[in-house]
Every structure is written in C-alpha cells, then in structure tokens.
Design a binder for this molecule. Structure first.
Ligand SMILES: Nc1ncnc2c1ncn2[C@@H]1O[C@H](COP(=O)(O)OP(=O)(O)OP(=O)(O)O)[C@@H](O)[C@H]1O
Ligand SMILES: [Mg+2]
Length: 277
C-alpha cells in the first residue's frame, strides 16, 4: 500500500499513572479497508480507540491523519477530520423515535426554528434503506430495536453525516450469532462505500471474514500485525486465544520429557510470532 492511509499510528504509547496501557503500537486504516484490533480483556483495545477518537491523548509515538500529525483534544476535533466513533453503550434516547435519534444533535430545521420532521423522517428512512436496513417504521422508539439494529442505525448515521473513518468498539460483543452477522454486513457496506473502518473485537471469527488488516494486542503490546494474505483464520484464532498458552504448554511438555511434541509446539508458537526467541 503506497497511498498515505487515512489513519496511521506509529509506536504509540499510553500510560495511566503507573499503568502502561499501551506500548509501541502501530496501525493503519485506509479508505475502503477494515482494520481489526483484537485482544483479550485489558489488552488495550479501548485505550487505542480512545486515542483515535480524540478522547485521550497518546504519551509517545505519532498519530497522523492523511499524513498530518495530530493530537486531538476532544472527540469533536476527531469528528471534524471525519473520524466517527460508535461506542458499545450507544448514546441513544430509547423512547425517542428512530429518526429523532438519527438526527440527534444535528436536527434539521426550517423557518422559525421548527423541526423539519418530514425531511428527517424521509431521510433517515432512505439512509437506513440504502444500508440495507429495512425498518417497518422510523417512528418507532429506538428502544424497541435490537442491539444489532441500533448499532446499524449508528453506523448509517455516521455515514450520512460524512464520516470518512468509522471506529467501532466491540459492536458485536453483546450480540447473538444472527445479529452479529447483520452488523458484520454493515461493516462490509461501510467499507464498500469507501470508509476506513477500525473494528475492535475479541472474536477472531467476527474479524477474519470482514478484515483486511489485523492488529493483535496482548497486555498493551502488539503481538502481531498482519494483512489478510499473511495470516489464516486458524493462525489468527491461535494467536488470539491459544498463542501464549501454546508456548507455555510446550515448556511444560519439554520439562516432562515429551520433547518431539514440545518442539513442534514451540515451532508453531514461533510461526505465530508469540515467542520472543
Ligand atoms: N482510565 C483508566 N485509568 C487507569 N487504568 C486504565 C484506565 N483505562 C484503562 N486502564 C487500564 O489499561 C489497560 C488496558 O485497558 P483497556 O480498557 O484499553 O483494555 P481493553 O482491551 O479495551 O479491554 P476490554 O476487552 O476489557 O474492554 C488495563 O490494564 C486497564 O485496567
Ligand atoms: Mg474495551
């Protein structure tokens, strides 16, 4: 990839007091691509996307947007550069209609400050339909939608308001298989519309089918950063879930004397890049 990516983090670090939440992490997100950030609890995923989203500032390394160095002081500044973030606990007003939530904070008005309800209803309906979200009625309270549908409304909204990059923090974590599939489809749609998508998840089975790049974090460090052609789904899964354990197991077996198996496991762990030897 020779083009300057929309988002590029290089050697980024972040401390919370004495806690090192991130150390020397690099990542790129380009238009028309999905970059997945994987890792277990406490790996630093949310810290990383909070930096991208402008909620936190990095302590070391560089953050560039279209090749220009930035250090955002607020999410508004990130949004002004076209970087929209959808958090897992979506800020919606459950009793308000879908269209109201779609336009929340950016209401369309006509003369005398009156809300242009007709425009907002028709537009939210059309935009959701364009993303393939078929709601019977945009008048229904958003609280009646499933978690997956709500994520989809938030994605459609970001796209409509001109986001160039979409950051999604674990949008599929609380969802069942079918609903997660629906959200994954919208991630692909956002990519096809030319957005750069950063997709945070701890599930390699959600990441692999939609991802173009994969960053795997472990205790604040990168333990792998691969394009799709460099890694198989099995390798990604092993890296995520079993990598460290595999290495440990190899040491245990070695101590127990089953050296042939141990050697094979060590080699496997090495192939996956999870050893420091
Ligand atoms: N505001 C904070 N103050 C102090 N420590 C924090 C803060 N936020 C995160 N941490 C610590 O930084 C590390 C990384 O946390 P982070 O929330 O980024 O992980 P995560 O990968 O998003 O985890 P999860 O899967 O549980 O959401 C953890 O050790 C966490 O306890
Ligand atoms: Mg998190």
């Amino acid at each position: 990839m020779t083009d300057t990516p929309l988002i590029r983090l290089t050697g980024v670090g972040k401390n919370y007091g004495t806690i090192v939440a991130l150390r020397d992490v690099s990542l790129e997100a380009a238009a028309g691509e999905v970059t997945c950030v994987l890792g277990d609890n406490g790996a630093g995923k949310s810290t990383l996307i909070k930096i991208v989203a402008g909620l936190h500032r990095h302590d070391s390394g560089t953050y560039e947007v279209r090749g220009e160095r930035v250090a955002f002081g607020s999410p508004r500044e990130a949004l002004d550069r076209g970087i929209a973030t959808v958090y897992q606990d979506l800020a919606v007003v459950p009793l308000m209609p879908v269209w109201r939530n779609f336009f929340l904070g950016s209401e369309r008005r006509k003369g005398f400050g009156r809300l242009d309800v007709g425009f907002m209803r028709a537009t939210s309906h059309a935009e959701l339909a364009a993303m393939g979200i078929d709601l019977r009625d945009v008048e229904q309270p958003i609280g009646t939608l499933s978690g997956g549908e709500r994520q989809c409304v938030a994605i459609a909204r970001a796209v409509y308001f001109g986001a160039k990059a979409l950051v999604l923090d674990e949008p599929t974590a609380a969802l069942g298989v079918k609903q997660a599939g629906v959200v994954l489809r919208y991630i692909v749609q956002a990519r096809e519309r030319g957005l750069a998508v950063v997709f945070i998840t701890h599930n390699p089975h959600h990441a692999y089918p939609v991802g173009d790049r994969f960053l795997i974090l472990n205790r604040g460090r990168s333990i792998g950063y691969h394009t799709k052609d460099e890694i198989t789904r099995d390798e990604l899964t092993a890296l995520m879930a079993g990598g460290a354990e595999l290495e440990e197991l190899a040491h245990e077996l070695d101590a127990a004397g089953s050296s042939a198996t141990a050697r094979r496991l060590t080699d496997e762990a090495k192939d996956l890049g999870v050893t420091d030897t």
